[in-house]
Write a protein that binds this ligand. Structure first.
Ligand code: SF4
Length: 238
């Protein structure tokens, strides 16, 4: 067993781990097998239940059917997203899916910071409803999984299978980096996976309802997120 790769020793050890993407899952299954055998219970999947998340859950279920999956439940998601999560729970009953809530309810947030904080200060809203809850989740884990793909956006094109995550002082494992948008959908259809119905209505990327609209640019899959502002990420991947 090789020495555990952590945030602290990442710079010394990361290059000793090699991954191949020369298989039909473009390396995703290999990365997942490595991650679960290397980290065991110290690995958490933070899933947003977009189509990449659905594909990754299916792949994870082939490697570790009792995997820990966390959904950052901001209380502001579309009803279609919550419905999908129930279907996923039925399909993969052994997965440990946690709905992680922020410490402030929406009412408490409005009282402290004003109504509709996502309009006046979306970074603060994301910090309260996503970043702080994930920080709590990751405080008990050495590494986390994410469904980031290189072709999702400019800011994600240098993502590796294993990444030093300065934001959360953790190791972030991204098995889908080489998958294209077409690969994702081909796999989802082939495996007959349930997915968020909003994907069929012009929403390639789905987050909280107040900050998500149909994509305004078909070449930019994330162009429906925080439309009209210069915000492009919730802060989890910066
Ligand atoms: Fe708030 Fe929007 Fe961020 Fe959701 S995506 S936490 S509603 S600012």
């Amino acid at each position: 067993m090789s020495e555990l790769l952590t945030y602290e020793n990442f710079d010394q050890l990361a290059s000793s781990f090699e991954f191949s993407h020369d298989d039909e899952t473009k390396g995703a299954l290999g990365a997942l097998k490595w991650a679960y055998s290397h980290y065991g219970d110290q690995l958490v999947y933070a899933c947003s239940f977009g189509i990449e998340g659905i594909v990754l859950i299916d792949l994870i279920s082939k490697v570790n059917e009792k995997a820990k999956v966390v959904f950052l439940d901001t209380n502001l998601h579309f009803k279609e997203t919550y419905e999908l999560i129930e279907k996923v729970k039925e399909r993969y009953p052994s997965l440990q899916i946690e709905m992680k809530k922020p410490s402030l309810t929406l009412e408490e947030q409005a009282k402290q910071f004003g109504e509709e904080l996502w309009k006046s200060n979306p970074n603060k809203c994301c910090e309260i409803r996503k970043i702080l809850p994930l920080t709590e989740v990751l405080s008990g884990a050495t590494a986390w999984l994410s469904g980031l793909r290189r072709d999702q956006s400019e800011s994600r094109k240098n993502t590796e299978y294993i990444n030093k995550d300065n934001k959360f002082k953790s190791v972030k494992v991204c098995p889908l980096i080489h998958w294209t948008w077409k690969d994702i959908w081909r796999y989802a259809h082939k495996q007959q996976l349930d997915y968020n119905k909003l994907h069929d209505n012009g929403y390639p990327s789905i987050g909280c309802a107040p900050c998500t609209s149909p994509a305004i640019n078909i070449d930019d899959l994330r162009s429906g997120r925080w439309t009209g502002t210069n915000k492009t990420e919730c802060g989890l991947h910066q």
